[in-house]
Design a protein around this ligand. Structure first.
Ligand code: ZN
Length: 367
């Protein structure tokens, strides 16, 4: 089946300047300057592959409009917004690992605004689903600060917009970035109107967060589901996690929209993760989410780009996901698939199964 799939893109997303850190480390007299790991390469190469494959022609391009300060302030504090805005002319840091350049406040507003535009496009029926290829990323930003290369929590800002403008009562996040979706967890910790699910590598980043026992508090208790997976997890572990926890949680919660903070750093060669996902795996997980979205929310699913730092492989993961969202298969096959798929341990392992069992126990709290 063919869908009308939106793609949010703007060249300025690529101009967010993260400078000359060596990977994640600030350069100095003991660290030779290099490139920051969160640079435009993987994102620009996604756009290029969409163009070369012909898939771009099948998508509905959505021009982002900057988020307003009021929209950002629905999830962030005055102090945080002021800190980023006041460094717009000079550049600054959200944390020691998260530098930003001149104009990054404006680009961050455009990034959040892009996800908002995608929400509107889906809610207005202009598209069926979509992918916001935005930058800077957002899913580590907490109410009072940026973190982990993220300035503003784009997906959370868009979710609050969906509630305020479109009256949605129940929104579900499925964050498959290899790192914990701590931003949405913090923002919606007490709030049952947003079910936050994060599938991530156990204690990768932020350090010591994302525990399976962290489930929200007050009215929000039970509506935050962390599924940490041990390093070395392959598609088998991801598939089991989705079949046994993520999909049943969505079926129980019945969201009116699914938002996927989509990082591709669980990919097999990523420098900032130690998992073994591959393009067929991302395609399959997308199909599972689309099936449940068809069942509970008229197929309303949007994805917004987060991490993914291996610039040669990430574009094929994104191509697979956006092919699946749109129902258009291109002639491009992933040249890395054979190597990724052939890595030993792609099947679910017993010790991974134990992690998933602990998360399965959380399902009974959702209604
Ligand atoms: Zn990440």
């Amino acid at each position: 089946m063919k869908n009308r799939t939106g793609l949010v893109w703007h060249e300025l997303y690529m101009w967010h300047n993260t400078g000359n850190h060596a990977g994640i480390m600030p350069a100095g007299l003991n660290v030779e300057p290099y490139r920051h790991v969160e640079n435009p390469d993987s994102k620009r190469r996604i756009k290029n592959l969409l163009d070369v494959s012909g898939l771009s022609k099948e998508l509905t391009f959505i021009d982002p409009v900057s988020a307003t300060k009021e929209q950002v302030l629905r999830v962030h504090t005055d102090n945080h917004v002021y800190n980023i805005e006041s460094a717009n002319e000079t550049g600054g840091h959200a944390d020691p690992f998260s530098p930003f350049g001149v104009g990054s406040y404006d680009i961050a507003l455009l990034s959040a605004g892009g996800v908002i535009q995608l929400v509107d496009a889906v809610m207005n029926g202009d598209v069926d689903n979509g992918y916001a290829l935005v930058r800077p990323p957002g899913h580590h930003a907490v109410p009072d600060s940026g973190m982990g290369f993220c300035l503003f929590c784009n997906a959370a800002i868009a979710a609050r917009h969906a509630q305020d403008k479109h009256g949605l009562k129940r929104i579900a996040f499925v964050d498959w970035d290899v790192h914990h979706g701590n931003g949405a967890e913090a923002i919606f910790w007490n709030d049952p109107s947003v079910l936050t699910i994060s599938v991530h590598q156990d204690r990768c980043f932020p350090p010591d967060t994302g525990h399976v026992t962290d489930n929200g508090e007050g009215e929000g208790e039970g509506y935050n589901i962390n599924i940490p997976l041990p390093a070395g997890s392959g598609f088998g572990a991801y598939e089991a996690t989705f079949d046994r926890v993520v999909i049943p949680a969505l079926e129980a919660y019945k969201p009116e929209m699914i938002i996927v903070p989509s990082g591709f750093d669980a990919g097999a060669y990523d420098p900032l993760g130690r998992q073994m996902m591959h393009s067929d795996g991302y395609r399959a997980l997308t199909a599972k989410l689309m099936a449940v979205a068809d069942k509970v929310c008229d197929g309303r699913i949007i994805m917004c780009h987060e991490g993914g730092y291996e610039p040669t492989t990430v574009p094929y993961f994104a191509l697979a996901v956006i092919e699946q969202l749109s129902g258009h298969k291109t002639d491009i096959t992933d040249p890395f698939m054979e190597m990724h798929g052939g890595l030993a341990g792609q099947e679910l392992q017993d010790h991974q199964d134990e992690y998933i069992q602990r998360a399965e126990a959380l399902l009974k709290k959702i209604s």
